[in-house]
Design a protein. Structure first.
Length: 107
């Protein structure tokens, strides 16, 4: 990973942080919780995935199109995200979640 790419990812993280701390909606809900007598600790985790654009993506794009044309509403990136949450998708080739376990929640 190049230093420029690291810098851009850091800027993205900072932008996400700023949007959360400046959100009036979040501040309002936190204030409501505090008014009920509770202190709030908010911890968020962001996962940033990068896919290099190139010939490999064009092959993956065909797979995504195939999955959508079979009636599935998910792209390959959607399926990968759901797998990271340990959610399997009906019609997947493997039928297993990201850890190889069977029987996760169905999407």
């Amino acid at each position: 990973m190049t230093s420029r790419l690291r810098e851009l990812i850091q800027q993205l993280g900072e932008a996400i942080h700023e949007s959360v701390i400046e959100s009036e909606q979040i501040a309002g809900v936190v204030q409501d919780i505090r008014s009920q007598g509770f202190d709030v600790l908010l911890m968020l985790e962001a996962t940033i995935g990068l896919n290099e654009v190139g010939s490999k993506d064009s092959e993956e794009g065909e797979e995504s199109t195939d999955m959508q044309s079979e009636g599935g509403p998910f792209t390959k990136n959607d399926v990968n995200f759901l797998r990271s949450l340990r959610i399997s998708v009906e019609g997947e080739e493997t039928g297993r979640d990201v850890h190889g376990d069977e029987g996760s929640a169905q999407a």
